[in-house]
Design a protein around this ligand. Structure first.
Ligand code: 13P
Length: 235
Protein backbone atom coordinates (compact mmCIF):
# COMPACT_ATOMS: atom_id res chain seq x y z
CA UNK A 1 0.00 0.00 0.00
CA UNK A 2 1.28 3.45 -0.94
CA UNK A 3 0.21 6.54 1.01
CA UNK A 4 0.95 9.74 -0.87
CA UNK A 5 0.27 13.23 0.48
CA UNK A 6 -0.20 16.09 -1.96
CA UNK A 7 0.09 19.37 -0.05
CA UNK A 8 -0.77 21.44 -3.15
CA UNK A 9 -0.26 25.12 -2.21
CA UNK A 10 -0.41 24.45 1.53
CA UNK A 11 2.36 24.46 4.11
CA UNK A 12 5.52 26.52 4.33
CA UNK A 13 9.10 25.34 4.47
CA UNK A 14 9.05 25.47 8.30
CA UNK A 15 5.74 23.65 8.68
CA UNK A 16 6.74 21.02 6.12
CA UNK A 17 9.94 20.30 8.01
CA UNK A 18 8.01 19.95 11.24
CA UNK A 19 5.47 17.69 9.51
CA UNK A 20 8.15 15.43 8.05
CA UNK A 21 9.95 15.20 11.41
CA UNK A 22 6.76 14.17 13.18
CA UNK A 23 5.59 11.76 10.51
CA UNK A 24 8.98 10.11 10.15
CA UNK A 25 9.04 9.46 13.89
CA UNK A 26 5.56 7.94 13.86
CA UNK A 27 6.46 5.75 10.89
CA UNK A 28 9.68 4.59 12.54
CA UNK A 29 7.78 3.53 15.63
CA UNK A 30 4.98 1.85 13.70
CA UNK A 31 7.30 -0.06 11.34
CA UNK A 32 4.67 -0.15 8.64
CA UNK A 33 5.24 -1.99 5.38
CA UNK A 34 3.63 1.00 3.62
CA UNK A 35 5.42 3.29 1.22
CA UNK A 36 4.94 6.93 2.13
CA UNK A 37 5.42 9.82 -0.27
CA UNK A 38 4.95 13.52 0.55
CA UNK A 39 4.69 16.19 -2.14
CA UNK A 40 5.30 19.60 -0.51
CA UNK A 41 5.25 22.87 -2.43
CA UNK A 42 8.44 23.71 -4.34
CA UNK A 43 9.70 26.16 -1.70
CA UNK A 44 9.63 23.40 0.91
CA UNK A 45 11.49 20.72 -1.06
CA UNK A 46 14.11 18.96 1.03
CA UNK A 47 15.79 15.56 1.13
CA UNK A 48 13.68 12.45 1.73
CA UNK A 49 13.57 11.07 5.25
CA UNK A 50 14.27 7.55 6.37
CA UNK A 51 10.60 6.51 6.07
CA UNK A 52 9.28 9.20 3.75
CA UNK A 53 10.02 9.82 0.11
CA UNK A 54 9.78 13.51 -0.71
CA UNK A 55 8.61 14.31 -4.23
CA UNK A 56 8.00 17.39 -6.37
CA UNK A 57 4.44 18.38 -7.29
CA UNK A 58 5.71 19.66 -10.60
CA UNK A 59 8.92 20.10 -12.56
CA UNK A 60 9.84 21.38 -15.99
CA UNK A 61 11.27 18.89 -18.50
CA UNK A 62 14.75 20.42 -18.68
CA UNK A 63 17.83 20.38 -16.50
CA UNK A 64 17.99 24.19 -16.31
CA UNK A 65 17.29 27.17 -18.52
CA UNK A 66 15.19 30.21 -19.29
CA UNK A 67 11.86 28.97 -17.89
CA UNK A 68 10.72 31.68 -15.50
CA UNK A 69 8.97 30.39 -12.42
CA UNK A 70 9.79 26.75 -13.06
CA UNK A 71 12.08 24.27 -11.35
CA UNK A 72 13.94 21.54 -13.21
CA UNK A 73 16.24 18.60 -12.78
CA UNK A 74 19.13 20.58 -11.25
CA UNK A 75 16.91 21.93 -8.48
CA UNK A 76 15.53 18.48 -7.65
CA UNK A 77 18.93 16.85 -7.73
CA UNK A 78 20.21 19.34 -5.16
CA UNK A 79 17.96 17.58 -2.63
CA UNK A 80 18.60 14.11 -4.01
CA UNK A 81 14.97 13.85 -5.11
CA UNK A 82 13.82 11.47 -7.80
CA UNK A 83 10.03 11.44 -7.49
CA UNK A 84 7.68 13.75 -9.38
CA UNK A 85 3.93 14.14 -9.79
CA UNK A 86 2.78 14.64 -13.38
CA UNK A 87 -0.67 15.21 -14.87
CA UNK A 88 -2.63 16.33 -11.82
CA UNK A 89 -6.00 17.71 -12.90
CA UNK A 90 -5.20 21.05 -11.31
CA UNK A 91 -2.18 21.39 -13.58
CA UNK A 92 -4.11 20.13 -16.59
CA UNK A 93 -7.11 22.39 -16.01
CA UNK A 94 -5.96 25.43 -14.04
CA UNK A 95 -2.41 25.70 -15.40
CA UNK A 96 -3.44 24.55 -18.88
CA UNK A 97 -0.94 21.72 -19.31
CA UNK A 98 -1.75 19.78 -22.46
CA UNK A 99 -1.27 16.06 -23.00
CA UNK A 100 1.64 16.57 -25.36
CA UNK A 101 3.51 18.62 -22.74
CA UNK A 102 2.74 16.07 -20.02
CA UNK A 103 4.10 13.31 -22.26
CA UNK A 104 7.25 15.38 -22.72
CA UNK A 105 7.63 15.80 -18.96
CA UNK A 106 7.05 12.10 -18.47
CA UNK A 107 9.65 11.11 -21.05
CA UNK A 108 12.20 13.54 -19.63
CA UNK A 109 11.87 12.42 -16.00
CA UNK A 110 11.56 8.74 -16.96
CA UNK A 111 14.76 9.22 -18.94
CA UNK A 112 16.38 10.34 -15.68
CA UNK A 113 15.04 7.32 -13.80
CA UNK A 114 12.50 9.18 -11.67
CA UNK A 115 9.58 7.58 -9.90
CA UNK A 116 6.60 9.21 -11.60
CA UNK A 117 3.18 9.46 -10.01
CA UNK A 118 1.07 10.05 -13.10
CA UNK A 119 -2.48 11.32 -12.55
CA UNK A 120 -5.59 10.84 -14.64
CA UNK A 121 -9.23 11.62 -13.89
CA UNK A 122 -12.49 12.50 -15.55
CA UNK A 123 -14.87 15.46 -15.03
CA UNK A 124 -18.40 14.87 -13.76
CA UNK A 125 -20.11 15.02 -17.15
CA UNK A 126 -17.91 12.18 -18.39
CA UNK A 127 -18.61 10.11 -15.27
CA UNK A 128 -22.31 10.69 -15.81
CA UNK A 129 -22.00 9.44 -19.38
CA UNK A 130 -21.03 6.00 -18.03
CA UNK A 131 -18.11 3.58 -17.67
CA UNK A 132 -17.30 3.42 -21.36
CA UNK A 133 -17.01 7.20 -21.66
CA UNK A 134 -14.82 7.27 -18.55
CA UNK A 135 -12.52 4.58 -19.96
CA UNK A 136 -12.16 6.39 -23.26
CA UNK A 137 -11.45 9.70 -21.53
CA UNK A 138 -8.85 8.20 -19.18
CA UNK A 139 -6.97 6.30 -21.88
CA UNK A 140 -6.63 9.52 -23.84
CA UNK A 141 -4.84 10.96 -20.82
CA UNK A 142 -2.23 8.24 -21.29
CA UNK A 143 -1.40 9.37 -24.82
CA UNK A 144 2.38 9.37 -25.19
CA UNK A 145 2.93 7.78 -21.76
CA UNK A 146 5.01 4.59 -21.45
CA UNK A 147 2.73 2.30 -19.43
CA UNK A 148 5.55 -0.20 -18.99
CA UNK A 149 7.90 2.31 -17.35
CA UNK A 150 9.18 0.46 -14.30
CA UNK A 151 8.97 3.43 -11.90
CA UNK A 152 5.45 4.43 -12.94
CA UNK A 153 2.74 4.82 -10.31
CA UNK A 154 -0.69 5.76 -11.64
CA UNK A 155 -3.14 7.86 -9.61
CA UNK A 156 -6.81 7.79 -10.60
CA UNK A 157 -8.39 10.98 -9.31
CA UNK A 158 -11.91 11.76 -10.55
CA UNK A 159 -12.05 15.55 -10.73
CA UNK A 160 -15.51 15.74 -9.18
CA UNK A 161 -14.21 13.90 -6.09
CA UNK A 162 -11.22 16.19 -5.47
CA UNK A 163 -11.70 18.48 -2.50
CA UNK A 164 -15.47 18.00 -2.58
CA UNK A 165 -15.85 15.63 0.34
CA UNK A 166 -17.57 13.26 -2.08
CA UNK A 167 -15.27 10.34 -2.82
CA UNK A 168 -16.13 8.02 -5.70
CA UNK A 169 -18.25 5.02 -4.71
CA UNK A 170 -16.40 1.76 -4.20
CA UNK A 171 -18.12 0.29 -7.27
CA UNK A 172 -16.91 3.20 -9.40
CA UNK A 173 -13.38 2.88 -8.05
CA UNK A 174 -13.42 -0.89 -8.57
CA UNK A 175 -14.65 -0.63 -12.16
CA UNK A 176 -12.20 2.13 -13.08
CA UNK A 177 -9.17 0.48 -11.49
CA UNK A 178 -10.09 -2.81 -13.17
CA UNK A 179 -10.21 -0.99 -16.51
CA UNK A 180 -6.80 0.61 -15.89
CA UNK A 181 -5.39 -2.71 -14.72
CA UNK A 182 -6.05 -4.19 -18.16
CA UNK A 183 -3.00 -2.35 -19.44
CA UNK A 184 -1.16 -1.19 -16.32
CA UNK A 185 0.82 -3.61 -14.19
CA UNK A 186 2.26 -0.87 -11.98
CA UNK A 187 0.61 0.37 -8.72
CA UNK A 188 -2.65 2.29 -9.14
CA UNK A 189 -3.63 4.80 -6.44
CA UNK A 190 -7.04 6.30 -5.85
CA UNK A 191 -7.38 10.00 -4.97
CA UNK A 192 -10.34 12.27 -4.28
CA UNK A 193 -11.77 12.99 -0.82
CA UNK A 194 -9.93 10.12 0.87
CA UNK A 195 -10.54 10.52 4.62
CA UNK A 196 -10.11 8.58 7.85
CA UNK A 197 -13.79 7.62 7.57
CA UNK A 198 -13.61 6.05 4.10
CA UNK A 199 -10.01 4.82 3.84
CA UNK A 200 -10.83 1.30 4.95
CA UNK A 201 -13.44 0.63 2.30
CA UNK A 202 -11.39 2.33 -0.42
CA UNK A 203 -8.23 0.42 0.49
CA UNK A 204 -10.10 -2.86 0.38
CA UNK A 205 -11.10 -2.40 -3.28
CA UNK A 206 -9.32 -4.78 -5.63
CA UNK A 207 -6.61 -3.07 -7.69
CA UNK A 208 -6.34 -0.12 -5.29
CA UNK A 209 -2.66 -0.16 -4.40
CA UNK A 210 -2.66 3.06 -2.42
CA UNK A 211 -4.09 6.54 -2.09
CA UNK A 212 -3.15 10.08 -3.08
CA UNK A 213 -4.50 12.41 -0.44
CA UNK A 214 -4.98 16.17 -0.45
CA UNK A 215 -7.02 17.73 2.36
CA UNK A 216 -6.77 14.83 4.80
CA UNK A 217 -2.98 14.78 4.47
CA UNK A 218 -2.37 18.33 5.65
CA UNK A 219 -2.23 17.46 9.35
CA UNK A 220 0.18 14.72 10.40
CA UNK A 221 -2.37 13.16 12.75
CA UNK A 222 -4.98 12.95 10.03
CA UNK A 223 -2.62 11.48 7.41
CA UNK A 224 -1.16 8.99 9.87
CA UNK A 225 -4.64 7.99 11.01
CA UNK A 226 -5.33 6.75 7.47
CA UNK A 227 -2.57 4.18 7.98
CA UNK A 228 -3.70 3.37 11.50
CA UNK A 229 -7.20 2.69 10.16
CA UNK A 230 -5.80 -0.04 7.94
CA UNK A 231 -3.23 -1.46 10.32
CA UNK A 232 -3.13 -0.39 13.95
CA UNK A 233 0.52 -0.13 15.06
CA UNK A 234 1.81 -3.06 17.14
CA UNK A 235 2.45 -2.05 20.76
P1 13P B 1 -8.49 15.78 -1.74
O1 13P B 1 -7.99 14.59 -0.94
O2 13P B 1 -8.42 17.06 -0.98
O3 13P B 1 -9.83 15.50 -2.35
O4 13P B 1 -7.46 15.98 -2.96
C1 13P B 1 -7.12 14.89 -3.75
C2 13P B 1 -6.00 15.27 -4.64
O5 13P B 1 -6.17 16.04 -5.58
C3 13P B 1 -4.67 14.71 -4.35
O6 13P B 1 -3.80 14.92 -5.39
Amino acid sequence: MIFAANFKMHHTRASTTEYLDQLDKLLAEAEYPFKTIVFPPATALQPSREWITVGAQNAYPEERGAFTGEIGLDQLKEFGLDTVLIGHSERRNILGEEQEFLAKKFAFYAGHGFQIVYCVGEPLEVREAGDEAVAEYLWEQFDGIDLDYERLVVAYEPIWAIGTGRAAKVEEIAATHAELRRRIARPILYGGSVKPTNIKEIASVKDVDGVLVGGASLEVESFFSLMVAIAPPQV
